[in-house]
Design a protein around this ligand. Structure first.
Ligand code: COA
Length: 723
């Protein structure tokens, strides 16, 4: 053994080839500071070994290396950018030292080689991957750029245009695809990977492969004529400006970095990367996007724990009600290999449910993403039925009938009579109290809410709502089922609106108030889309959700929180609804909807609605961008804080994730809690206090004031306990 660390080893094999093998404790190899230190020592040991004639780099895990350890970023990125650049300079020096070994080197890539994992392979002279490999530089998704020399090496290996595409999209590439880009040199079956790497390094040692030329290529500037340089970078800038936009600085920073660095030799180019990385690490977008990765890990971790602890396995499901939601749920369950009964009271409804599923599948088949045989298998997994007979054999029932408490309660009671003793009942309700629905049930411990979002196959969130009597076992089994369906399950406690709708309605109520005070809804939508970054502004969102649904929901919220969310005496949304303006579903709401020549939906502000609104709204008042954002976002953030304080949602991480997954909160802002912390607690309180006269929605909690006074972060505090 040349080097023995806790996370990697360097062993001299027969034929004087060194195997540098990454094998960290835990599920994956990630490049944390400790691993980088061992990497440095191993490289020094290899360089000092006179017998070593070549190196293969392998992983003892099912995956190569997942990249830099993101869990170390939060603390490191609190330091000044020069310090961050300094840490990355020391790290990239290690990668340079590997590249500078005076013997040939080959990476053997299995599974993920992402970020630093990809960069570990790029420092090698050759790369061979097996068919399981996924290779890429996904740092852009964290608001970052590669920091271990990826921006220097990739353009020198696959060309500037390709490298820019890899880095600015962050997409991982399958082995065959990476081979086509010449990012790797060969693809083999998994069982042949190590042997292929060994034989490649032997070919290099014997001189059959010109490894010195390979190394030299990465030391030099990229060979591009002035015109090619100009063309590449002007095209890339235009593409990045169009796709990423101003809220995501990382892609443009990479283009601007490469514009300079490809003209330089490695050492100078590397210094530019080190300092550009430090600058990006300090951006709010990076903080938010790194926070999201970590928050997602919290959500995934909890789901994994639930799946492990669940004693009921869901092998067969049933959905009651075959509407758009029921059909979507049936599709999702069937697609993810849990056969499902779809029950409705009439054949037309069943047909609609099946059509929903087959439409989604046909689109995938048309796009070549799904084989027709898989489509048939999925549809076979859905059994339509008009009676309750088959229910005795299912492990879970998702009730998805009309959003009416009486109808739902009656259906659930009936269903309970037909299922087995161990079957779990859930309701896909968006507003009705789980505890209320549980009142009619004999076994409320086996009942909870399972709130899917529309369209089910696209929206990643399922809110699992725990009622007063719901057992831990029921929650665990439902979370496991949602995870098997490919959804992110977030467990919340029962209250009006649960978590997602509870924070959405104050935001929508704030819109109503703002319109009454004279704001123009088109201007508000524009600010909330372009400046704040929501996928759609609030008035447009109301049209998409349906004004009837919104009026119903705001009624539920007003009943639940009469002082904070009371309906306005002259509510603009209610007024439009009463004039049959239901939004997209009947072609007119705040906007009128039509199809263009290509059949795409187009919207224009509805003149009729503007006329109607003038009955309840003041004459036009110009609100500036900051005012619009503050008046809409303060109520949402305040309500999120209340949900944390009341334990409706467990952690700030889950509160943010649910909002990203369920509402499409702009990822570069990280969610309402990250947004609050980016603004700064004191700053937020100062702003909110200015609007406190507008009502309770704007008034901050004592808990928030305490947090601000003690300088704590919501991300490292159990808010309920700290209150
Ligand atoms: N740093 C630290 N831990 C990481 C990690 C990273 N870069 N990437 C993955 N992990 C860990 C996860 O925390 C998880 O740990 P656990 O098993 O202890 O829970 C494990 O690796 C598996 O990850 P998970 O996300 O649960 O599995 P997956 O199969 O769904 O996805 C990846 C695997 C690698 C695609 C995904 O984790 C990922 O995208 N990671 C980030 C890669 C990246 O951005 N690298 C560049 C960093 S600059």
């Amino acid at each position: 053994m040349i080097y023995q660390g806790e996370r990697l080893t360097a062993k001299l094999l027969d034929d004087n080839i060194v195997e540098l093998c990454f094998n960290a404790p835990g599920s994956v190899n990630a490049l944390n500071l400790a691993t980088l230190n061992e990497y440095k020592q191993a490289i020094a040991a290899i360089a000092a070994n006179d017998d070593a004639q070549g190196v293969i780099v392998t992983s003892a895990k099912s995956t190569f290396i997942v990249g830099a350890d993101i869990t170390e970023f939060t603390e490191l990125f609190k330091t000044p950018d020069e310090q961050i650049s300094g840490v990355f300079k020391s790290s990239s020096d290690i990668f340079d030292a590997f590249e500078d070994l005076q013997i040939p080197t080959v990476a053997a890539i299995n599974g993920f080689a992402l970020g630093g994992g990809c960069e570990t392979a790029l420092v090698c002279d050759y790369r061979v991957a097996d068919t399981t490999a996924r290779i890429g530089l996904p740092e852009v998704k964290l608001g970052l750029m590669p920091g271990f020399g990826g921006t220097v090496r990739l353009p020198r290996i696959i060309g500037v245009d390709n490298a820019l595409e890899w880095m600015t999209t962050g997409k991982p590439h399958k082995a065959e695809d990476a081979l086509a880009y010449r990012a790797i040199d060969a693809v083999v079956a998994p069982e042949n990977l190590r042997q292929a790497a060994l034989s490649m390094v032997k070919d290099a040692i014997s001189g059959q492969l010109d490894w010195q030329a390979r190394k030299a290529e990465k030391m030099q500037p990229v060979t591009l004529s002035e015109t090619e340089h100009l063309m590449s970078f002007s095209t890339a800038k235009a593409m990045v400006a169009a796709s990423a936009g101003k809220h995501y600085p990382a892609p443009m920073a990479m283009v601007e970095l490469l514009e300079k660095s490809v003209k330089l030799p490695r050492t100078e180019a590397m210094l530019l990367e080190n300092s550009a990385f430090g600058v990006l690490a300090k951006t709010d977008a990076c903080t938010a996007q790194v926070g999201l990765f970590l928050a997602d890990q919290v959500v995934k971790g909890k789901a994994k724990k639930a799946a492990k602890s669940a004693t009921t396995t869901i092998n067969r499901a049933a959905v009651i009600g075959a509407g758009i939601m029921g059909g979507g749920i049936a599709y999702q369950s069937a697609y993810t290999n849990t056969p499902i009964l779809m029950k409705d009271i009439n054949t037309d409804a069943l047909k609609l449910g099946l059509d929903t599923a087959s439409d989604i599948l046909s689109k995938q088949v048309d796009k070549g993403r799904l084989q027709a045989s898989k489509m048939a298998k999925v549809l076979n997994n859905i059994t339509p039925t008009l009676d309750y007979q088959g229910l005795a054999d299912v492990d879970i029932v998702v009730e998805a009938v009309v959003e009416n408490p009486k109808v739902k309660a009656a259906v659930l009671k009936e269903v309970e009579q037909s299922v087995s003793e161990s079957c779990i009942l859930t309701s896909n309700t968006s507003t009705i109290s789980i505890d209320e629905l549980a009142k009619n049930l004999q076994n409320p411990e086996r009942f909870c809410g399972m709130h899917f979002f529309n369209p089910v196959h696209k929206m990643p969130l399922v809110e699992v709502i725990r009622g007063e009597h719901t057992s831990d076992e029921t929650v665990a089994a439902v979370v496991a089922y949602a995870s098997k369906m490919g959804k992110s399950a977030i467990v919340v406690n029962d209250c009006p609106g649960f978590y997602v709708n509870r924070i959405l309605f104050p935001y929508l109520a704030a819109l109503s108030q703002l319109l009454v005070d004279g704001a123009d809804f088109v201007a508000v939508d524009k600010v909330m889309e372009k400046q704040f970054g929501w996928p759609m502004g609030p008035a447009y969102l109301l049209d998409v959700v349906g004004l009837d649904t919104a009026v119903h929901g705001s009624g539920v919220m007003a009943d639940g929180f009469p002082t904070r969310m009371a309906k306005l005496a002259k509510d603009p949304v209610e007024l439009l609804y009463r004039h049959n303006k239901l939004g997209q579903k009947n072609g007119s709401g705040f906007y009128d909807y039509d199809k263009d020549k290509r059949g795409r939906m187009v919207k224009v502000a509805s003149k009729e609605s503007i006329e109607l609104l003038s009955q309840v709204c003041s004459d036009a008042v110009p609100f500036n961008q900051q005012e619009i954002i503050a008046r809409l976002m303060i109520p949402m953030v305040n309500e999120t804080i209340r949900c944390l304080e009341e334990g409706i949602v467990d952690t700030a991480a889950e509160a943010d994730m649910a909002c990203i997954y369920g509402l499409g909160f702009p990822p570069f802002r990280g969610g309402p809690m990250r947004y609050l912390e980016t603004l700064g607690l004191d700053n937020f309180i100062e702003q909110a206090d200015k609007y406190a006269h507008l009502g309770e929605m704007y008034q901050v909690t004592d808990g928030l004031r305490n947090m601000a006074n003690t300088g704590k972060s919501y991300f490292d505090t159990d808010v309920k306990a700290a209150k």
